[in-house]
Ligand binder design. Sequence first.
Ligand code: NAX
Length: 328
Amino acid sequence: STTPVKVAVTGAAGQIGYSLLFRIASGAIFGPDTPVELRLLEITPALKALEGVVMELDDCAFPTLAKVEIGDDAEKMFDGVNHALLVGARPRGPGMERGDLLEANGGIFAPQGKALNKVAADDIRVTVTGNPANTNALIAMSNAPDIPQERFAALTRLDHNRAISQLAAKLGVPVTEIRKMTIWGNHSATQYPDLFHAEVGGKNAAEAVNDQDWLANTFIPTVAKRGAAIIDARGASSAASAASATIDHVRDWALGTPEGDWVSMSVVSDGSYDVPEGLISSFPVTVKDGEWEIVQGLEIDDFSRGKIDASTKELAEEREAVKGLGLI
Ligand code: NAX
C-alpha cells in the first residue's frame, strides 16, 4: 500500500527512542513497501534534542519514511494515528515510593489515553513500553472508553526474547529452534517465564533442560532480573533491546504470528488461566488479521500456578493503588 501508516512514539528523544525511530523509519515493522509517517511526542524541554534526532532521520534518507512531525501536544501528535508506541514515562526518582511513581505516571498516561480516545484512527493499536508498563497501559485503556480494550497492550516481548536467548544458550541451540515461549504476569521481577509449554526443536523445553534447579533458581531469576544486570554492566538501562522488542511486538500484532508458534503480550484478561478479569497481564497469544487471542487449554501445574498467582497479585495491588488515586 502507498498510504503511510501513522505511528506515534512518545518519549521520542529518550534512549529507547534513539534506537526505535530508526528501525521504524527503515521499514522494520511494516516492511519495505509500506511508507510510515512518524508523530513524535515529547515534553517541551526535550523538543530541541528531538529536532536533532529528526535531522539524523532526514540524513538517513530512508525510502520508507514519508513524513515526520514533532510536538508536545498529545492531541496534535495522536491525530489519526494507527499505532501509538507509548515509551515516555516517569522513572522512579530517589526517595520515590511506589504510590508516587504510579501517580506521576498517571499524570502522563491518563491524559494520553484521553487524547487517543479523542483523535486516534479507528484502527488504533496502543503499545505501552514505559514503566510500570502493565499498569500504565491499564490507566491509558481506562481513560479511552471509546477504544476497544483489546487495542491496548503492554510490552513483555523483551522478557520473552530474553527467555528465548537464555534457553538457547543453555542448550547450545540457535534461537530459531525455540518455540512457544511464554511470559506470564507483570513486566517486573515477579514475572514468570514458563518453560513447561516451550519447545526446543519440537520437544518440550523443560524436559530438554531436565534440570529443575536451573529452571527455578537460575533461568527464572536471570530473565526476571535481566534489566538490573544490564544497568550494572552498561551504566544505563536496556535501550536497543527494548526498542527491538517493541518492533517485534508491533510487527507481530500488525502482521500476525507464525503458524505453530506464539508470542507473549500483556493484554486485558478475560479471566483465562484464572488471571483476574480486566488486569493487563502477560499471556501466550497468537495474532491473526491484527487481532490477538490468548492461547487456550494449556495445563498449569502447581509450580506454574504459584508463580502466575504471585505476579497477578502484584498487578491487582497496582490496580487497587491507581484506583485509590482516582486514575482509573
Ligand atoms: P529515557 O529517560 O531515556 O527517555 C524517556 C523520554 O520520555 C524522555 O526523553 C522524556 O522527556 C520523555 N517523556 C517524559 N514524559 C513524557 C510525556 N508526558 N510525554 C512524552 N514524552 C515524555 O528512558 P528510556 O530508556 O528511553 O526508557 C523509556 C521507558 O521504557 C522507561 O519507563 C523505562 O523504564 C521503560 N522500559 C521498559 C521496558 C519493557 O520491557 N517494557 C524495558 C526497557 C525500559 O526499561
